[in-house]
Design a protein around this ligand. Structure first.
Ligand code: S3P
Length: 429
């Protein structure tokens, strides 16, 4: 399916952001490990999260939907599924579930789509093997993991990956040996926060996360806040489409996820946060962006983990800013759902923007955006949504390929954009 975005008038109103993807995966998985019932409100019902729900059913967990975004999980002992578990496009599903399966002492084969079967799994396999899990297969999917884990670990999480950290901690729930993860550059900490909410003892000392003695989880109520990575498309659009003003309410404002908001502020965006409060150990609030002049900026490698999924939309914002933006330390972007560094440079260039990859940096020079191109996405949802936002600010429409993949993270993207008057339509193949 192809979608086309056309230069809109000002964007305005409240953007209905869906639930956070990272929290949704974790709420389901922790609920399946916990004793008793977990009730989830605001779950993101996207293909990636549904892949996790389906996998948990294959592990013998009762997972039920009882209303929009409202789910119930009855945790307990896991069983080894007979069939391979297909995680589709979802790296979070497969990496977290490998750790959880090892910790639960079951055996499972994992596979995925063309993108996921190309992505690196050695980073999760190596620490789980060190903990005593056994593997069959190479460094990419399909892979079979067999629990239980028998040894502790002191893992150094390089490159900073919240998925790997989460896999180690989930596996660690199945042993009473010392388990710790050190992070020279911190990755998102939702696992630590939510494990504690589920009753586990999680110690955090500087850059080290350690499981304490209490590793049993108890079912609970989890309310999932809005996804800042999805909100970024609306906030970024409002920043570059003249005369816009858009608000996103109840969005997750965890500092390890707020890099894009900080980046917009550094580029001079007219941005305000309000109604900031706590929810389930996380920080949430409302964000409002008004169109105004933006200026190019430099971003360093240490800043990337706090906006790792937002680099494509940051590159689009940079196209609407005055001067040059340089984003360093993007090697990890080559290992996401696509080679995001190469595809952003290619797509922006096709739309008449000066953009280039320089080693592991992306350099974008802002100015009027011509648009008028069809952009290759290699089936990557965030590449598609980012270029559609570019189309809302371009002189001529921008078309993206493989747009059905947007449903992996943001199935309501088009309706949500329509709500703030963004013009995005399906075009005949
Ligand atoms: C995620 C962690 C990030 C991010 C992904 C979701 C998570 O990957 O890109 O979309 O929920 O833990 P890393 O493992 O590279 O941190």
């Amino acid at each position: 399916m192809k979608l086309r975005a056309t230069s809109s008038g000002p964007l305005a109103g409240a953007f209905p952001v869906p639930g956070d993807k990272s929290l949704s995966h974790r709420a389901l998985i922790f609920g399946a490990v916990a004793e008793g019932e977990t009730v989830i409100a605001g779950l993101l019902e996207s293909e990636d999260v549904l892949a996790t729900a389906g996998a948990l059913r294959a592990f013998g967990t009762r997972v039920e939907r009882f209303g929009p975004g409202r789910w119930r999980v009855i945790g307990g002992a896991w069983r080894s599924p007979e069939q391979p578990i297909d995680c589709g496009n979802s790296g979070t599903s497969v990496r977290l579930l490998m750790g959880a399966a090892a910790g639960q002492g079951v055996t499972a084969t994992f596979t995925g789509d063309a993108s996921l079967t190309r992505r690196p799994m050695r980073r999760v396999k190596a620490p789980l093997e060190a903990m005593g899990a056994r593997f069959d297969g190479g460094d990419t999917l399909p892979l079979t993991v067999a629990g239980p884990v028998s040894r502790g670990i002191a893992h150094v999480n390089v490159p900073a990956s919240a998925q790997v950290k989460s896999a180690v901690l989930l596996a660690g729930l199945g042993t009473n040996q010392p388990v710790e993860v050190a992070e020279p550059v911190p990755s998102r900490d939702h696992t630590e926060i939510m494990l504690a909410e589920f009753g586990a003892e999680v110690e955090r000392q500087g850059t080290v996360v350690r499981l304490g003695a209490r590793r049993r989880l108890s079912g609970r109520l989890i309310t999932v806040a809005g996804d800042p990575s999805s909100a970024a498309f609306a906030l970024g659009a409002a920043a570059i489409v003249p005369e816009s003003e858009v608000t996103v309410r109840d969005v997750l404002l965890n500092p390890h996820r707020s890099g894009f908001i900080m980046a917009l502020q550094r580029m001079g965006a007219d941005l305000a946060m309000s109604n900031i409060r706590g929810q389930g150990g996380e920080t949430i609030g409302d964000v409002r962006v008004r169109f105004g002049p933006l200026f190019g900026a430099e971003f360093t490698a240490e800043e990337i983990p706090s906006m790792v999924d937002e680099i494509p939309i940051l590159a689009v914002v940079a196209a609407g800013a005055r001067g040059e933006t340089r984003i360093e330390g993007l090697d990890e972007l080559r290992h996401k759902e696509s080679d995001r560094l190469a595809l952003m440079a290619e797509g922006l260039t096709a739309c008449g923007v000066q953009a280039r990859a320089e080693g592991d940096a992306l350099v974008v020079t802002g100015g009027p955006v011509r648009g008028g191109a069809t952009v290759r996405t290699d089936g990557d949802h965030r590449i598609a949504m980012s270029h559609l936002v570019l189309g809302l600010a371009a002189e001529q429409p921008v078309t993206v390929e493989d747009a059905e993949m947007i449903a992996t993270s943001f199935p309501t993207f088009r309706e949500a954009m329509r709500e703030i008057r963004g013009r995005i339509e399906e075009v005949a193949a």
